[in-house]
Structure formats: structure tokens, C-alpha cells
Design a protein around this ligand. Structure first.
Ligand code: NAP
Length: 338
């Protein structure tokens, strides 16, 4: 923990000093401050100058922080022995630093950000960060690899990494979002029991310490209790009946594969054949399969015809054999695009 605190302090010192002037998160991609020469090399690479950085004055207020990240081989400057204090820290660079601090774990995790191809200097670091639920991407399938990190993103990632918010006190970041629900209730004259609040805890450190994680959510929200706590994401076929036996309701998100990724499921031969046999669509078969497993399934659609179709699920029943055929498509893979 002491190590984390020092890392956090060092990175914060750097971020506050060097990155406060960063633009807000933009979709425009910025090149890293030095291009990687090979997949194993990264912009904040290990090809370090041994004797400090020519462009960091020993008297600079952030010199100690620079010294810390260099000594611990977390950041090693750009080229020619420079640290580039005016440079931009990207999202990929930040998770690389955290990955190094975590001693470069290699994880087996299927992560499908459309802008994180295999074999890049950041592929493994982003995969690790996604598996640890430190990063979630933009919700449109992108991680935002070369986007500059914003203070809000930094706070959230560090909060997940250290279990506590760390940008309190930074000029221009007052953390007020934490009280937004309480303030909205007051403004609208609503009592706590008038609203229904859902939040979630993640696998990893949060699930390992559920009481602490739930308390942290309550402290952040400042609304005394939540109505529904999602446990993200118990997605294996054998886990579902176990959870249901405990009286916990299972919800199915991204049931059709997720926006932009539906072709594989909707075009699957087994599903298509079953759909044909019932005069239904593949989407209906998938949704019906969920319902018959007792899963509260939540498809998304912006197409009125699809929305109507997705609600028409009660005119046919899948046989036990068909249910088993669909269950057998399980590849024991976890897909996250959020
Ligand atoms: N709580 C969480 O952590 C969490 C995590 C993941 C997702 N979610 C939520 O889960 C919901 C579903 O996610 P999603 O919409 O990305 O994934 P999805 O339901 O798996 O897929 C939506 C895609 O399927 C298409 N589609 C829907 N009905 C169809 C039909 N009958 N035939 C053919 N295509 C059809 C949609 O296109 P059209 O628009 O053209 O119909 C859209 O491209 C969303 O509300 C999302 O926010 C929540």
C-alpha cells in the first residue's frame, strides 16, 4: 500500500504539473510523444538515460516525482535523455505505468477494444487494465489509446487502482459528481424513497471485499442506501442456476453480442436453424433462450421494428434439445465492451 501511495503521489505530482493543461477527452487521436520502435518498446520506454533527464531541472517542484518514476522504471523519458515535461500523457501510457508498477502481469483475457490490436506496445497493458476493471473504454468499442488522459479519467482509474479517489484537492477538480444524486434529489424535491438507484461492483478487488466495496459506493453516492446492487458479471452457464438458487436475479446485457458485434450470434448456424424451425428471428431465439433460463434479458435497439420483434417472445417455446444446443455454443469466453 505504501508503494501504491508513493506511486500515486508521484504520478499525481506529474499529472498536476504536466497535464492540467490537457484538453478534455477528445475523440481526436494524439500521437504518443515518441513512437515505439518495436512492440516491446513503448513511448515511456525502458531505454532510459541512466543519469537523469536533461530537461528536468533538479530544483523543479516535480523533480522528486520524476526521480521516483525513473528509478522504478515506470517512466523513462522519450529520447535523447529527455523526460519531456510538457508532453502529453495518453490513456495507453497511463495504464502502461500502472502495469509496470504491478510487475507486468500477463493475463488471459479476451478484450476487444477496436483500437487495441494485438502485438502493439500497449496491447498487453490495456488487456491487463481491462481484466482488472481499471479501464472500461468509451462504450462504443474504443479504448481511446492515444487520447490524452483527463483528470476525471485519471481519478476514476486511480480510484479503482487504489480503492480511493485521489484527485481531491487538485485545482479544477472538485469531485462534485459524487454528490450529484443527492443534489438532484434536493433540487427536484424528491425523497430518497422516490427514486430507485442501481449501481454495481466488479470482479477483482471489489468482489473480493464486497462489504468494503459496497460501503465505498454508499460513501461516494452519499444517499444512505442503494436499491439494486449489480454483481458484474457472473456469466457462466453453471453459475447462473447457482445464483438463482440463492434468490438473486440474473440480468443479461449485450444479449445479441453488443452493438457492432451482432453478426456472429445472429448469423450462427445453430441459432438460425432453430429460428427457422419456429418461424422466428435469430434475435428472438436468443432472447427466448435467455427468458427460459430465467434471465432478465435486456437487448438494445434503436429500430422500432426490432424493438417490437424483441418483445414478441411468447408465441413459441424452445425445446429442451434446442436449449441444450444453444447452451453447447458456450466457448467459456468473457466479452466486455463497456
Ligand atoms: N450494466 C452494464 O454494465 C451493461 C453492460 C453492457 C451493456 N449494457 C446495456 O445493455 C443494453 C444492450 O446493449 P447493446 O444494445 O449494446 O447490445 P445488444 O442488445 O446485444 O445489441 C444491440 C444491437 O443489436 C441490434 N438489434 C437489436 N434487436 C435486433 C433484432 N431484432 N434484429 C437484428 N438486430 C437487432 C441493434 O441494432 P438496431 O439498433 O438496428 O436494432 C444493435 O446494433 C444497453 O442498454 C447497454 O447499455 C449494460
Amino acid at each position: 500500500m505504501k508503494k501504491l501511495t508513493r506511486l500515486t503521489a508521484a504520478l499525481l505530482a506529474l499529472m498536476v504539473g504536466l497535464a492540467l493543461s490537457l484538453p478534455a477527452c477528445s475523440s481526436q487521436e494524439a500521437e504518443p510523444s515518441a513512437a515505439p520502435a518495436a512492440p516491446s518498446q513503448v513511448p515511456v520506454g525502458l531505454a532510459a538515460s541512466a543519469g537523469g533527464f536533461a530537461d528536468v531541472d533538479a530544483g523543479a517542484w516535480y523533480a522528486g516525482a520524476v526521480d521516483y518514476v525513473r528509478k522504478h522504471e515506470l517512466m523513462n523519458g522519450v529520447d535523447g535523455g529527455r523526460f519531456d515535461p510538457e508532453g502529453t500523457l495518453t490513456r495507453a501510457m497511463l495504464v502502461t505505468i500502472l502495469w509496470r508498477q504491478a510487475e507486468k502481469p500477463v493475463v488471459n483475457y479476451l478484450m476487444q477494444f477496436s483500437d487495441v490490436p494485438e502485438g502493439q506496445w500497449y496491447s498487453e497493458t490495456v488487456r491487463w487494465a481491462a481484466s482488472e476493471k481499471l479501464v472500461a473504454g468509451y462504450g462504443d468499442g474504443r479504448f481511446g489509446t492515444n487520447d490524452p488522459i483527463t483528470l476525471e479519467q485519471l481519478n476514476l482509474i486511480f480510484q479503482r487502482y487504489t480503492d480511493q479517489p485521489v484527485t481531491d484537492g487538485i485545482p479544477g477538480f472538485d469531485g462534485s459528481f459524487r454528490h450529484a444524486t443527492r443534489e438532484a434529489m434536493e433540487e427536484l424535491g424528491l425523497k430518497r424513497e422516490d427514486i430507485f438507484v442501481t449501481t454495481k461492483i466488479y470482479p477483482g478487488s471489489e468482489m473480493a471485499n464486497p462489504e468494503q466495496a459496497i460501503q465505498a459506493c454508499l460513501d461516494r453516492l452519499n444517499i444512505d442506501y442503494v436499491d439494486l446492487m449489480l454483481l458484474h458479471h457472473p456469466d457462466r452457464n453453471d453459475v447462473i442456476p447457482y445464483i438463482q438458487d440463492l434468490g438473486i436475479v440474473v440480468q443479461g446485457w449485450y444479449p445479441l453480442g453488443g452493438r457492432g458485434h451482432t453478426a456472429e450470434l445472429l448469423g450462427d448456424e445453430v441459432i438460425s436453424d432453430i429460428a427457422k424451425a419456429h418461424g422466428a428471428s435469430s434475435a428472438q431465439v436468443i432472447l427466448r433462450w435467455n427468458l427460459q433460463k430465467g434471465v432478465v434479458v435486456i437487448p438494445g435497439s434503436s429500430n422500432p421494428e426490432h424493438i417490437e420483434e424483441n418483445a414478441e417472445l411468447y408465441g413459441f417455446t424452445l425445446t429442451d434439445e434446442e436449449m441444450a444446443q444453444i447452451n453447447a455454443l458456450d466457448r467459456n469466453e468473457k466479452h466486455d465492451w463497456y
